[in-house]
Design a protein around this ligand. Structure first.
Ligand SMILES: [Zn+2]
Length: 281
């Protein structure tokens, strides 16, 4: 019997062990051993300042700002004013709130927790804004260009992202710059959310940037692409689950901070390497 997932225990170690989540999948894709160490609480990466700026905006939209402020006294200066970076969060929120479409997309039910399965593996998701059919119709009434995305649907899943900017980023895997959605695996997240929510609702990102002034976008991730990502997930996640259950040994990526910190030398590298050998120097 799996434990019930709540807002309070969402990131607890026993819940992280019992359920796969979008962040966990991305972590396993990057480095299985680091991901497993995270799940077991042996490896913690502290939240960066910029992550906190995003969390501040999330907290505002989910009505948890007073709790967030109490938990993070480091966001205030001695005089009780917000530090400059967090004043930026307030500016981003102001920019979001003056935009009618953005505001409607964020007007759904907040922080909706659902559980389900992908390829027989238990999953949990937390939806930032789950729109109902009526709100979707209202969006289309006010913004006719949203008809294709929202017209016939019974609802929509909206995930809010606060990011530095929307520039392309260098991908080690692809050896070229890729768009931010691919780089951060937001399409993988979309596929997970759609499958676990269960009604195959359209998936949107509501993006705000930390630029001065902030940029705003609503991005509709196409169903066809998300279906392809779901197939990839169905191939991948049984192995991740087997690692979590101790049936498979996690692989090391030998590139991440965890692998650097835990490397034990037992041989000398040969240099120059043979052509095609994967060495960093
Ligand atoms: Zn690694």
């Amino acid at each position: 019997m799996l434990p019930a997932v709540t807002a309070a225990n969402y990131f607890d170690p026993d819940i992280e062990m019992a359920y796969m989540g979008s962040t966990q999948v991305k972590s396993f894709m990057a480095c299985e051993e680091a991901a497993m160490a995270r799940v077991q609480g042996r490896y913690r990466t502290p939240a960066s300042q910029s992550m906190l700026v995003g969390s501040y905006v999330d907290a505002y939209y989910s009505g948890e700002l007073p709790v967030f402020r109490a938990k993070h006294p480091q966001i205030f200066k001695r005089d009780g004013e917000l530090k400059a970076e967090f004043q930026r969060s307030a500016d981003i929120i102001g920019r979001m709130e003056e935009d009618d479409l953005y505001t409607l997309m964020m007007a759904g039910q907040k922080q909706v927790i659902r559980t389900g399965e992908i390829a027989g593996v238990p999953f949990k998701i937390k939806i930032d804004s789950l729109l109902d059919a009526e709100t979707c119709r209202e969006v289309v009434r006010k913004f006719p260009k949203m008809a294709e995305a929202l017209g016939p649907c019974e609802g929509a899943i909206v995930d809010q992202k606060v990011m530095r900017d929307m520039e392309n980023l260098w991908s080690e895997e692809e050896h070229q710059k890729v768009g931010f959605i691919q780089f951060w695996g937001y399409d993988i997240q979309g596929a997970i959310y759609q499958a676990v929510e269960g009604h195959m609702l359209p998936f949107f990102l509501a993006v705000g940037t930390r630029e001065e002034p902030p940029d705003l976008r609503v991005v509709w991730l196409q169903d066809k692409h998300l279906s392809e990502k779901l197939l990839e997930l169905e191939d991948m996640v049984p192995r991740f689950q087997a690692i979590k259950e101790g049936r498979e040994k996690p692989r090391r990526c030998e590139k991440c901070a965890w692998c650097r910190a835990t490397r034990r030398l037992d041989h000398a590298e040969y240099w120059p390497p043979e052509p095609g050998e994967d060495v960093a120097y």
